[in-house]
Design a protein around this ligand. Structure first.
Ligand code: ARG
Length: 304
C-alpha cells in the first residue's frame, strides 16, 4: 500500500509571530521526469530497490506548488535523460549577488549535469564562473549572513572552499562531515534566517539548526561558538533528513517525519510546513536538495 501524499499547509498561512519575517525567494528546480536509482554514490541509494518516477514527480510537484503558494518564484531547468539525480538542483551551483559558481561533481555519474547548469546560468544572465576544484554547489555551501559555511569530507574538497571564497569575496568557514549518511552539508545544517537578518536591521543574527553528530569535534566547536542560539536537532530527526529543509525566515519546509524538529521550530516562532518527498529520499535527497536559491545582484533584491 502506498502512503498518501502529505502536504499540510495551514490555511490561511498564519501571520509571522513577532520577530519573524517571510522573505521572498527565487529558486531553481528540476522536475524529476527521469528520476530513478541506477547507481550508488551515497548510503541511501539502493539500485536494486524499485523506484516510482510518477510518485517522485507528484511529490516534487507538491513542493513546487507550495513555494508558489508562499509567494516565491520558481525557475525550472529541463531534466536530462540519463541524469536521474538532476532533480537535486542544490548541487547545480552556488549563487550569490547574481554570480553563479558552477559545480564540478565528485562522481562521474553526475558530471554531465554541470554543463547543463552552466548553460542555464549563462542564458539567465548570471555572471557564470567555471570551477577548478571539485564542489557540489549549495549541497556543501550555505550562506549564513555574510559568511559561507562550507562542508567537506565526502564531496566538495577543501580546495573548493578556498575557491568559493575567492569567487565571492566572502569569509568561508570549513566544516568536516564525518557520517556517510550526511555526506552534503545541507543534510546536516539548515539555514533558518534570511541573508543578513541582523545586518538588514532584522531582529537577530542569522541562525541555523544542525545535527551535532554529523561533524567532527573541531567543527562542532566552531558551530557552538558561532551559533550559540542554534537549534540542535536530535539524531532521530536528522536520520529522516529533517535538516534538509528550506526556510524563508518564517516558513520552514521540512519532512513530516522530523516531528521533534517541527516542535522546536514552532517554539522559536517559525512556521514549519511538512512536505513528504519519500520517493526522492531513495536517491538520498530531500527538500533542500531539490531547491537551489538564486540570489540576485544586491541592488535588485526585493523583499516580499
Ligand atoms: N543522489 C544524489 C547524490 O548522491 C543526491 C544529492 C542530494 N543533494 C543534496 N544537496 N544533498 O549526489
Amino acid at each position: 500500500m502506498s502512503t498518501p501524499e502529505t502536504v499540510t499547509v495551514p490555511s490561511p498561512i498564519p501571520e509571522p509571530a513577532e520577530g519573524r519575517t517571510a522573505h521572498h525567494r527565487r529558486y531553481l528546480m528540476c522536475r524529476p521526469e527521469h528520476f530513478t536509482v541506477s547507481y550508488k554514490i551515497n548510503p541511501w541509494m539502493e539500485p536494486a530497490k524499485p523506484t516510482d518516477t510518477a510518485k517522485a514527480v507528484a511529490q516534487w510537484q507538491m513542493l513546487h506548488d507550495l513555494y508558489l503558494e508562499l509567494g516565491h518564484e520558481v525557475e525550472l531547468i529541463d531534466p536530462l535523460e540519463g541524469f536521474p539525480d538532476m532533480v537535486y538542483t542544490a548541487n547545480g551551483g552556488f549563487v550569490i549577488d547574481g554570480r553563479a559558481y558552477v559545480p564540478k561533481f565528485r562522481f562521474v555519474e553526475r558530471a554531465g549535469e554541470a554543463p547543463a547548469f552552466a548553460d542555464w546560468f549563462r542564458a539567465g544572465g548570471f555572471d557564470t564562473v567555471e570551477p577548478e576544484e571539485v564542489n557540489e554547489g549549495e549541497g556543501d555551501f550555505l550562506l549564513v549572513g555574510d559568511t559561507i559555511l562550507a562542508g567537506t569530507g565526502f564531496r566538495s574538497t577543501g580546495d573548493s572552499h578556498r575557491e568559493v571564497g575567492e569567487v565571492f569575496g566572502r569569509e568561508v568557514v570549513s566544516l568536516n562531515l564525518i557520517d556517510p549518511r550526511f555526506y552534503h552539508l545541507d543534510t546536516a545544517i539548515s539555514v533558518l534566517d534570511p541573508v543578513e537578518g541582523a545586518a538588514n536591521g532584522g531582529p537577530e543574527r542569522a541562525n541555523i539548526a544542525y545535527l551535532p553528530g554529523a561533524f567532527d569535534d573541531a567543527s562542532r566547536a566552531i558551530l557552538e561558538e558561532r551559533f550559540p542560539d542554534a537549534i540542535l536537532v536530535a539524531d532521530a530527526d536528522g536520520a529522516v533528513f529533517g535538516l534538509n529543509s528550506a526556510s524563508d525566515g518564517y516558513n520552514v519546509i521540512i519532512s513530516p517525519r522530523a516531528t521533534g524538529f517541527e516542535k522546536q521550530l514552532r517554539e522559536r516562532g517559525y512556521n514549519p510546513i511538512t512536505v513528504d518527498l519519500s520517493e526522492l529520499l531513495l536517491g538520498g535527497g530531500g527538500i533542500k536538495c531539490c531547491t537551489l536559491e538564486l540570489r540576485a545582484a544586491r541592488d535588485s533584491e526585493v523583499d516580499a
